[in-house]
Structures are given as C-alpha cells and as structure tokens.
Design a protein around this ligand. Structure first.
Ligand SMILES: Nc1nc2c(ncn2[C@@H]2O[C@H](COP(=O)(O)OP(=O)(O)OP(=O)(O)O)[C@@H](O)[C@H]2O)c(=O)[nH]1
Ligand SMILES: [Mg+2]
Length: 227
C-alpha cells in the first residue's frame, strides 16, 4: 500500500501565491492538502478551495496555531509535510523530504535553504543571520548540527504525535527541531531551493515580524534548555 502523505500549509493573505503552491504539488499522490486560513482579508480560502485543498479556518492569528489547527484535521496519515503558502519553496521538491522517511532512514527531514548558494543568498540577511545564531545555540545546548530552521519539512506522523507540538506562533519550527533531538528521532537535512516570495511578507520581511520571530526563537531555545 502506498504511504498516506498529508500536507499542511499555513496561509494568511496568500491569494496570489497559493494557486502556484497547490499546482506544483504532486496532488495525485497526496492523501490530504490542508490550507489553514487565519482570517485572511483576501480570497485565500476561496482560491485554496478552487485549487482542490481542504480549508481549515483558524480565527486566532499565529503560524503555530495555524499548524496545530491543520493537525487537528489529519486523517491518520503516515507522513506530514509542512509547507509555506508564499511560493518561496519549490513544492515539487517534496520527494527530497519524503525519500529518507520512505527508505526508513529518517523520522524527520528539514529542507535547508542554507546549503545551496542560490538559496542561501536569496534569504533575507536578517533570516540568514537569525538562522545562523539559532542553529549555533542549538548545537551548543543540544549537540545537534542543523543549518536552517526551514519551514518546508516532513515528519513521520507517529513522531509528530510523540513530540507534542505546542508553540502558537514563531517558535514552531525551532520547537520541532529541539524536541526531535530530545526525543532521539532520526533527523536529516536536505538542500532545498528557495526563491523570493510572491505577495506581501508577513514575518521576516517586516521589522516587527523579524523582531517578534527572532526574540521568540531565542526564547524558545532557552525554554527547552531549562525544561
Ligand atoms: N495561518 C497563518 N499563516 C501565517 C501567519 N503569518 C504568516 N503566515 C504564513 O506563514 C508563511 C510564512 O510567512 P512569510 O510572510 O512568508 O514569512 P517569512 O517566510 O519569514 O518571510 P518572507 O521572506 O517574506 O517570505 C506564509 O505562508 C504566510 O502566509 C498567521 O498568522 N497565520
Ligand atoms: Mg516566506
């Protein structure tokens, strides 16, 4: 039997980019494509539906909250993939993330944008340096070398349940990585391509978003150090 793969896409005002994201996914091989709409003021929910996704509405803002709302409607998949709705990642590269899990060589695979030069240089400087600081602290405190906190990632569903994700906003990616290390999951990173987003930045492209995300990520690293 082929493995059941569910994709969760948090989206806030991504009407322009979402159709591209959904079209570039290998839909016929996916069990569920879930778009979590956080009260977008544009046609995000409609375009997601028009392009065949299951739409979940989460009224409270927050990246982690959106991911948790998507997880609440998972239909017993084997693997869960998280992907942003801004078309920065290349959805057709999903197999790079799935292969190590399907070969039973990994439980958790992070798409790193820091390995290929073209991806690394496309990241905004604040994202690049913020990532470098975060992965340095993770290596120092948790003895695991990541190169990125990339949003495009795949995890075995059992492992996802085991780590018990909680973060409601910007600590989501780093929480998953630290808990994966703490639980002894088999972790791999694979190089992924990355391009400038379509549409308006919500996090790293804004001063307040960068500040909030940066402080929350550092706070989260220290939080898991002491718990
Ligand atoms: N559901 C939901 N999605 C969000 C929220 N904030 C951001 N997103 C989505 O999360 C993803 C990442 O946000 P981006 O604005 O691309 O942030 P970024 O990748 O740090 O910055 P860019 O460099 O501009 O791409 C996108 O798919 C957004 O639509 C939110 O509060 N709720
Ligand atoms: Mg983005």
């Amino acid at each position: 039997m082929s493995p059941k793969i569910s994709v969760i896409i948090p989206a806030y005002n991504e009407e322009e980019s979402l159709p591209h994201v959904l079209n570039d996914l290998p839909r016929d091989r996916l069990h569920q494509i879930i778009v979590v709409d956080n009260r977008s003021t544009d046609r995000t929910a409609e375009v997601a539906r028009e392009n065949g996704a299951t739409v979940v509405s989460e009224r409270r803002r927050g990246y982690g909250r959106a991911c948790l709302a998507g997880m609440a409607v998972l239909d017993d998949p084997d693997i869960v993939v998280f992907l942003d709705g801004d078309y920065s990642d290349y959805p057709e590269e999903i197999d790079l993330l799935l292969d190590p899990i399907l070969k039973n060589e990994a439980d958790f695979v992070v798409g790193s944008r820091m390995i290929l030069k073209e991806s690394r240089t496309t990241l905004l400087p604040q994202a690049r340096y913020g990532n470098q600081l975060a992965v340095f602290l993770i290596r120092l405190f948790f003895s695991h070398s990541f190169t990125d906190l990339g949003p495009f990632r795949a995890i075995r569903y059992e492992s996802l349940q085991e780590i018990g994700m909680r973060d409601k906003d910007f600590g989501w990616t780093v929480e998953m990585q630290i808990k994966a290390v703490q639980k002894g999951l088999r972790i791999q990173e694979v190089p992924v391509r990355y391009r400038m987003r379509i549409g308006v930045s919500k996090i790293t492209g804004t001063v307040s978003g960068t500040f909030q995300a940066g402080t929350k990520i550092i706070y989260t690293i220290f939080k898991y150090l002491v718990t």
